[in-house]
Design a protein around this ligand. Structure first.
Ligand SMILES: [Zn+2]
Length: 227
């Protein structure tokens, strides 16, 4: 591996080139060759058709002192939680299908609820109604984030009327689904009980759960998520 040695002087700022093309640390009093010139000549000298020499140059260059990695700014806070698709997030204004079961929001629903909703959707389609899922299963972290965000924007009372705590949320357990648009909500409120699907909160016409035996009446609705 003598080719490695050829390139070793490259880092030296005082290197020059000998008659054999090698860099040395000797600098004549009036050298016409700058260290940069030396470096170019040295690389050319070792690179002529010899792969091993090229490898040697790379090894030598790798030995250059590297600039230190800049430290993180002092006091940089950890990023705040932001829900993702893995938490069951469905972006606002982009409802998904009951068949998008590659999404955790759909795949982690109670299978009985999902089956009932799909059966209802098939019949609603005959009436020209399409179901869009605006929310399904949610992670504990996502549910807590929803609650905290709503408290921050609308205050405690309003937030608790619309957003359950993670331990009480039927979305977290996979037993609730939010549906749009309005004609789909109206269809489900009118005919959902035939599939066991019911609106369960009086203030949320988009929120449905499996709450009765198919063909039976739905139970009385609770006033809100806090009721
Ligand atoms: Zn809901």
């Amino acid at each position: 591996m003598s080719s490695l040695r050829v390139s070793m002087p490259i880092p030296s700022p005082t290197a020059d080139v000998t008659a054999h093309g090698r860099c040395t640390t000797f600098v004549p009093p009036r050298s016409r060759r700058s260290p940069q010139r030396c470096r170019r000549l040295a690389v050319v000298g070792i690179g002529v058709g010899v792969a091993a020499a090229a490898v040697g140059a790379a090894v030598a260059l790798a030995g250059f002192p590297q600039p230190p990695i800049a430290p993180l700014p002092f006091g940089l806070a950890a990023p705040a939680f932001a829900p993702s698709g893995d938490d069951g997030l469905i972006e606002d204004g982009s409802p998904v299908s009951l068949w998008d079961d590659e999404l955790p929001a759909i795949a982690r629903l109670n299978p009985a609820l999902l089956d009932a909703m799909r059966a209802a959707e098939a019949d609603a389609a005959a009436d020209g109604i399409r179901f869009g899922v605006t929310s399904g299963w949610r992670s504990v972290e996502y549910q807590q984030w929803l609650l905290d965000t709503r408290i921050a924007t609308d205050g405690e009372d309003v937030a608790r009327a619309f957003v359950a705590t993670p331990d009480r949320s039927r979305h977290v357990s996979g037993d609730a689904i939010d549906i749009g648009p309005v004609d789909a909500q109206y269809w489900l409120i009118s005919y959902g009980s035939a599939y066991g699907v019911c609106q369960t909160y009086g203030n949320e016409p988009w929120h449905f759960e499996l709450a009765t035996e198919p063909g039976s009446d739905c139970p009385p609705m609770r006033t809100d998520a806090n009721g």
